[in-house]
Design a protein. Structure first.
Lengths: 366, 366
């Protein structure tokens, strides 16, 4: 029967690792003493197996376990449940990798659009994409729309809501989206650039579905969702229900330490349909090392059976001055997201935005 | 304007804590440089405020931040997003507590049933409740139903699915639930005890809704959901849509370290409607100290405005021998969950179950 291979990093004493590895294999499958398993076929097929134990390059051990693919569904929540559910409660274990058979990859389907779809939305050629965030929350619909217009006048590819912007009384979704679409449309006629507005969508599934449908009616082609806030199963439901829509994935509630970022953003987000995963860039206000960011970007774009590449979106305290460095580091199949640093220009936000856009557009890749 | 108070534990150098605290307050509100905030009212009301910095009893600092209540929704996902979303990506920060105004508590509503509702379901007086788990997954519907019947014959209050049991081909939800309900009904007539079957419900919202509706038609009064797998917003949607149903909350994907367990199980699960949060007992196969378990149980049952108490469900490698110790520790407003240890009795599982039930029922609280 088909197996799924899951790699964990376990930090424990060498004398404990064999028992710990076996414990994880049991916890993530039958979750009971093996002596109590009555059916031989369950012992042979359903119980997780320790396939390998090796030293992990960053310390501790890499434990590779195989699970029966049929235990996973395939359903996004059940996948998380079986690969990390209870083991997530062991502080000394992180989830490092998940290897899935082609039929499960195909069942989830991955990004429906990927970087080529996002480039096509804004008429970009084979270059990196630019994106900013509308901030701060607390502004009225009119203020947000005016800001969107001023930023769109700088010729951006994408303008997304800040992830704190939801459906608050001071800027209700149903009023905000049409107003911002309209403000950006005015700027588009002036710049000739098909700047795309990306509203932030949150809440339970019925609220999300209504918000995405409303956005689609307004001509929106991409929305942003935080999969770990709304739940992976419901994020994937949105991808299935709106195949024409592209999805930015926001990292809110991903935590930092227990699921390896390359797996979270480059594989799990992507598997469930994120076209463009936002993650934390090195050198910003989060403490990720450059090598970790490289692994995220590589994973997001790596060949992966039938799954389209996603476009990595490094973000978090970036500045325009760093654009050449970041594009040299990440390459052209990247979307750069700069928010607060553009807003620091205050009344000169259009000029600051145009400068950011020009640096992205005109960068000469080495 | 109404404020929400959020406490973080930050492990950093004393010389850094003032800046780190201010950074969290900004990150969880406007997420941009304050110099770029143009509207004075946003600076005055929407920007998070550092209210207090103190030494944390377990090391590092306790940072208390206030946020504008209107930024939260109130909506379960947006609440998580605003109190911990991006800050979850700082490895040295844990979320310790959230204090909410009464109107937000009332809007979420908390458990609809609580311990008295669960006791009423199985005709129990003011005593602790007993629960077991059907394991392992991989069994057929017939095998699971037969096992449920043998365990129900021991007189349990609740029999829940193992959390790995979802809607797999080997035991589809729509076939499993009626078969197990029927098997338990036979045992109920023999024991005279109203043993309740608690199916495991997972997936996206439409799948969850269909599963809960099917269970309700079969007479099921309680289901189990892992809120951090399906997403808090969708768990809360289930609570709102099925007010007559009680909910066990499973800890899958809660991680262990970044949201304090007393907050996760005693407040967040409870706020969104979990009647009985399952969590990790001390002395089992997870490494929680007894004091942490005490805090979880205390938080789950503490008076909290209009919110009903929830009944704590310590679990994870428990044995019947420990029942007296656990009931002395947790008191009578508790549900004890023993799974694998009963199954170790194999063909004598009914006798082992009856022994567990008797120890819970007959315990003399000191």
């Amino acid at each position: 029967m088909t197996r799924v291979f899951v790699t964990y990093r376990v930090r424990c004493a060498p004398s404990d690792i064999a028992a710990r590895a076996q414990g994880i294999a049991v916890e993530q499958s039958v979750e009971m003493p093996l002596a109590a398993v009555m059916q031989p076929r369950i012992g042979a097929h359903i119980v997780g197996r320790v396939e390998d134990i090796a030293a992990h390059e960053s310390g501790g051990f890499a434990v590779r376990v195989s699970l029966a693919a049929e235990t996973l569904g395939p359903e996004a929540g059940q996948l998380l449940n079986m690969v990390f559910g209870n083991t997530s409660m062991h502080d000394d274990v992180t989830l490092e990798d998940v290897e899935l058979p082609t039929e499960i990859l195909a069942a989830f389907g991955g990004p429906r659009h990927g970087i080529e779809g996002l480039r096509a939305q804004c008429g970009a050629g084979p270059r990196a994409l630019s994106c900013t965030a509308l901030k701060p929350q607390g502004q009225s619909v009119e203020e947000l729309a005016a800001l969107a217009g001023r930023m769109a006048a700088g010729g951006l590819d994408f303008i997304k809501d800040d992830h704190g912007i939801a459906d608050q009384a001071y800027s209700p979704f149903a009023e905000r989206v049409p107003a911002i679409v309209k403000a950006i449309a005015v700027a588009r006629r002036a710049t000739g650039i098909a700047t795309q507005y990306v509203p932030s969508v949150t809440g339970d599934w019925e609220r999300m579905r209504a918000q995405i449908a409303l956005a689609r009616e307004e001509g929106v082609k991409t929305v942003m969702i935080p999969p770990m806030v709304v739940g992976m199963p419901n994020f994937h439901a949105a991808v299935r229900a709106f195949p024409g829509m592209a999805f930015l994935g926001h990292p809110s509630m991903t935590g930092g330490a227990r699921i390896a970022p390359a797996l979270m953003f480059g594989k799990l987000f992507r598997l469930f349909g994120v076209d463009a995963p936002i993650f934390v860039n090195y050198g910003g206000r989060f403490a990720w090392p450059a090598a970790m960011c490289r692994r995220v970007a590589d994973a997001a774009r790596a060949p992966w059976g039938p799954i389209k590449p996603a476009v990595p979106v490094p973000a978090g305290g970036m500045t325009t001055e760093r654009v050449p460095e970041m594009l040299d580091f990440y390459g052209r199949d990247t979307m750069l997201l700069i928010g607060g640093a553009l807003l620091l220009a205050r009344e000169n936000v259009t000029r600051a935005t145009a400068d950011f856009v020009a640096r992205v557009r005109d960068h000469v890749h080495r």
